[in-house]
Design a protein around this ligand. Structure first.
Ligand code: GLY
Length: 310
């Protein structure tokens, strides 16, 4: 594999009760993101640029909980988090609680490449993104009817079915480029009805995002508080580097054995510089897809395509 994406670790999609139109839209969203990253890699672009392009595509797609289509916080507003990491030198950038950046992942990349810091939050992050020339939006840009119903349900006002949104999760990408450098990127609207000011694992390097050339590029999705407490993605890297584990068993160990004991579930996409890829999850489902070096795109959205790891 050279590139992989995820679109959240929500409930599992079952063929028997999933509208074929919906399945098509979700598969297309994942495939579009893979194609966006593929274009970059085919032109000799870096893994950082490829993961940014893939995540931007998912942020622009209202099916996913990042950028347009992000969930609402308790004040019916949107605060978005994102981070990116480069495996060659462990440079990293992140934004937390941004309210007006159209593509938070691009702001995170600019923090990494244009500042001496790793994370900017709130107004300062929004100002930095605007001053850097990134497109800005007003809060209504992120709005979707589905997310609004989800907020009402979370507050006890809407139909209970709205609680079971298809794509509760975060989005992310991992890639390896022609120079064998890996990168990881993650973006989210967070948890529906979250407290104002809550920061997720998706903007926390070592929790939602991690990349190191000798070990792994990993992007996580799931219950953010658990992924922060369990230092999810950096622990996968450490198990490979210091624990002698291979990529698949390190990722499985963290996602399936360790994090559920801390009380939260989710999934991860993990890729190394040799193209070894795995996507273990303790959640019922994990929407994900990957691109092979010879250009084949595979998307996995149904329960039988991604059964939970035991
Ligand atoms: N993993 C995304 C969140 O907890 O907001």
């Amino acid at each position: 594999m050279v590139l992989a994406v995820h679109g959240g670790a929500g409930g599992a999609l079952r063929r028997e009760n999933t509208n074929p139109e919906l399945a098509k839209v979700v598969r297309k969203g994942l495939a579009d993101a893979l194609r966006a990253g593929q274009k970059v890699l085919e032109k000799g672009g870096t893994s950082v640029a490829a993961t940014e392009a893939a995540v931007r595509s998912l942020e622009d797609n209202e099916m996913f909980n990042a950028g347009k289509g992000a969930v609402f916080n308790e004040d019916a507003g949107h605060e978005l988090d994102a981070s990116i990491m480069r495996g060659s030198d462990q440079a990293a950038g992140a934004v937390a609680g941004v309210r007006n950046v159209r593509n938070p992942i691009s702001a995170a990349r600019l923090v990494m490449e244009k500042t001496k810091h790793v994370m900017l939050a709130g107004e300062g992050a929004d100002d930095f993104a605007a001053r850097s020339g990134l497109p800005t939006v007003t809060q209504d840009y992120y709005w979707t009817e589905a997310r609004w119903q989800e907020l009402l349900a979370a507050k006890g006002h809407g139909p209970a079915s709205a609680k079971k949104q298809l794509t509760q999760g975060t989005v992310g990408a991992v890639a390896v480029d022609h120079e064998h450098n890996v990168a990881a990127a993650t973006s989210t609207g967070g948890l529906v009805n979250k407290m104002v000011g809550r920061v997720s694992d998706s903007s926390s390097i070592g929790a939602g995002t991690y990349a190191k050339n000798g070990t792994v590029a990993a992007s996580a999705t799931g219950h953010g508080e658990t992924f922060i407490r369990g230092a999810a993605t950096s622990t996968i890297s450490n198990l490979i580097e210091f624990g002698g584990k291979d990529l698949a068993s390190a990722a499985y160990d963290v996602l399936v054995k360790r994090l559920p004991k801390l009380g939260g579930d989710g999934g991860v996409i993990a890729l190394n510089a040799q193209g070894v890829f795995d996507a273990p999850h303790s959640s019922a489902g994990l929407l994900n897809g990957y691109l092979t070096a010879d250009g084949k795109i595979v998307t996995r959205i149904f329960y039988d395509e991604t059964p939970p790891n035991q």
